[in-house]
Write a protein that binds this ligand. Structure first.
Ligand SMILES: [Zn+2]
Length: 497
């Protein structure tokens, strides 16, 4: 069954979208949330486990103080109130990758609540209100073997790895975001992207979407235009790139409108995002009254952070993102339009690191926005996941500045970097990309160009120096773009004037 999609512009003529985003952030603490097992990524399955995170009877959890500290810092950075007293709660449900048969989470007493974050889209600021940020633990991971889709349906058997069970998570939930209109998909993307920048600046998580450190669930509903009410929402789970967040919102807007236009009603459900086809499919039905039988966790003491500690942690926060963007724009000398493009591309942090590695702001912007931005787009990945590092970009630019490469040859070095051929210097050597500035080789090529273009040479002899450009072009062609253009020009003028 295929969904009927309404053209995006037509959706907006009849409906107002409302967004909601739930982002899970996996903290980078050394140990798990309630036990001393290492919380590192990878490892042989079921080697980073103990009676507590396996949920064995009688095992007692203890809260990880570092995780509480990270949760409070995230809450403060999102302008939240920090609870003076809060408890963990058991969220009861059965799932094979959750050995306790409940997840230790927070319910009506989150550690942080009532915050906001300003996100910038096309030079316009949208205030996203944060309902809550609460602490919980991750589940283990199931692997369904034998089916074609990797889902349990059609699988021969399933394996489960509990290494991830008990890793600390912070779930950040927005209030409904209304009024974004046609910019709703871009606002969703900008929110997740800027939230990631904030998490990275706080140093509390690796925040890699491609490794699942940061996972976004996207809620969307449509309401009749101008009604001001909230429609029935769907929740698209585990969307794992900024680009996919934007696409999933757009798709759900078009799909909801297709159902509503035909007089149908939206089923409140979770949906799966399919990266390859760019569509969502039905997951499980979900109602507001879904009963997890939450109750306060009796094995853990309440968390009551002192105001002194909270204020001390406030002092450790990184620069406010809005002020930081303004400062960087001034430092880098970018126009408003240039800065807008940088923010939209999600490359502000990459440019910052490239400049720190020695490139000029202009060079850093040029590579990330034009060359690498295009390649990320072609590959369908976020620019942060492309696989080229800021240090490599700065190294390539240093080779351009030093006269070893021109921009055209530098592009071939990026080909080599993406193909994993080594460092920029190694790629230049292996592919023979360096510019030729040796006079012997250049002089011969210049003589050939003069001999092949006697009328152009005559013009230059008559004082029409501008005509040298045509001969430079000939030499470049003969030397496959690897001639030092400045030196070629000098040689032509030496020989003809
Ligand atoms: Zn453990």
């Amino acid at each position: 069954m295929t969904d009927t999609l309404v053209a995006f512009d037509d959706v907006l003529a009849s409906y107002d979208p409302a967004l909601g985003l739930e982002v899970h952030v996996e903290l980078n603490t050394n140990t798990k949330m309630f036990c001393g097992c290492p919380a590192v990524f990878g490892g042989e399955p079921n080697t980073q486990v103990c009676p507590t995170c396996l949920g064995l009877p009688g095992a007692m959890p203890v809260v990880n103080a570092k995780a509480i500290e990270s949760a409070i810092r995230i809450g403060l950075a999102l302008n939240c109130e920090i609870a003076e007293w809060c408890r963990f709660a058991r969220k009861n449900y059965f799932y094979p990758d959750m050995p306790k048969n409940f997840q230790t989470s927070q319910y009506d007493e989150p550690i942080a609540f009532d915050g906001w974050m300003d996100v910038e889209v096309d030079g316009e600021t949208f205030r996203v209100e944060i309902e809550r940020a609460h602490m919980e633990e991750d589940t283990g991971k199931s692997l369904h073997v034998g089916g074609s889709t990797g889902r349990i349906h059609g699988a021969d058997h399933s394996l489960v790895d509990y290494n991830r069970a008990g890793i600390p998570l912070i779930e950040i939930v927005t209030k409904p975001i209304q009024g974004a209109g046609e910019k709703a998909p871009a606002v969703a993307r900008a929110y997740v992207s800027q939230l990631r920048d904030l998490i990275v600046a706080l140093g509390v998580s690796e925040a890699r979407m491609d490794q699942g450190n940061l996972r976004a669930d996207v809620n969307l509903s449509l309401a009749p235009k101008g009604s001001g009410v909230l429609g029935t929402r769907t929740e698209t789970k585990n969307v794992n790139s900024f680009r996919s967040v934007e696409r999933a919102v757009r798709y759900e807007m078009q799909r909801h409108a297709g159902i509503l236009d035909e007089g149908g009603s939206i089923l409140q459900e979770t949906r799966h995002w399919h990266e390859d086809t760019g569509i969502t499919t039905s997951g499980r039905e979900k109602s507001d009254a879904e009963d997890y039988r939450y109750f306060p966790e009796p094995d853990l003491v309440p968390v009551a952070p002192s105001r002194e500690w909270v204020e001390q942690l406030r002092g450790t926060l990184p620069e406010n993102p809005t002020q930081k963007r303004a400062r960087l724009q001034a430092d880098w000398g970018y126009t408003d339009l240039e800065m807008r493009d940088v923010i939209a591309s999600g490359s502000i942090g990459l440019i910052e690191e490239t400049v720190a590695a020695g490139a000029t702001p202009q060079a850093a912007r040029k590579w990330w926005l034009s060359e690498l931005g295009r390649r990320a787009n072609d590959a369908g990945v976020d620019i942060t996941d492309l696989g080229v590092t800021p240090a490599q970009v700065a190294a390539v630019q240093a080779l351009v500045d030093g006269g070893t490469l021109n921009d055209k040859l530098a592009r071939q070095v990026f080909d080599g970097l993406l193909a994993g051929e080594g460092t920029p210097e190694e790629i230049v050597a292996a592919r023979g990309l360096a510019i030729v500035s040796d006079d012997g080789a250049l002089s011969a090529a210049v003589d050939n160009a003069i001999a092949a273009n006697p009328d152009v040479a005559d013009k230059i002899r008559d004082g029409k120096v501008a005509a040298a450009g045509a001969l430079i072009g000939e030499v470049m062609k003969e030397m496959r773009g690897q001639a030092d253009a400045g030196r070629v020009r000098e040689l032509i003028l030496e020989k003809l004037t």
